[in-house]
Design a protein around this ligand. Sequence first.
Ligand code: SF4
Length: 218
Amino acid sequence: MSDYVRKPLDPPGGQRKVLLHSCCAPCSGEVMEAMQASGIDFTIFFYNPNIHPLKEYELRKQENIRFAEKFGIPFVDADYDTDNWFERARGLEDEPERGARCTMCFDMRFERTALYAHEHGFPVITSSLGISRWKNMAQINDCGVRAASHYPELTYWEYNWRKQGGSARMIEISKREHFYQQEYCGCVYSLRDTNRHRAETGRAPVKIGVLYYGDDET
Ligand code: SF4
């Protein structure tokens, strides 16, 4: 892990055991290093049935597994229940990013994270999702708190992973680890909208599986 000296993290309630919902390796790399530097006993929970297509899902998941294995961090590979995701996304297909479809998407992922935490004795959950500057952190935190509220013993840790240089280290770590670089948020609708925008600006459509951090000016 990097030799950057961090201020120790202090999970809510003085707890030291955390279930970290991870969306991908680039977003969770800095979060994982920060937690490990603070001696937090954490497990990664990979539950992202939003990611489409399967090839992209496997790429993101395998990158996250690779990084977790490198440092001996437990990794829970949860369901890829895309039918349920599409069912919940019905009627929200044309929502913009950060809109109602994303609230549903965060809710769904955090509900499963909270359930797993409840069933396996984790008192705190959190997520790497908020480290991305493309995301609305308040929206993510609302969803996390809502999911945890179903279990009295469970707390959602609303930590701002972007602060104190977190965003810059996220990129540094991604380049150092040569992580796969996704070019859209994840779902089929975000892929559609990204490709629409690219077409409008004269760029080629997204190619899955070709771009890695550090290969060029990423
Ligand atoms: S744009 Fe991203 S957060 Fe929003 S629904 Fe799609 S995958 Fe989920």
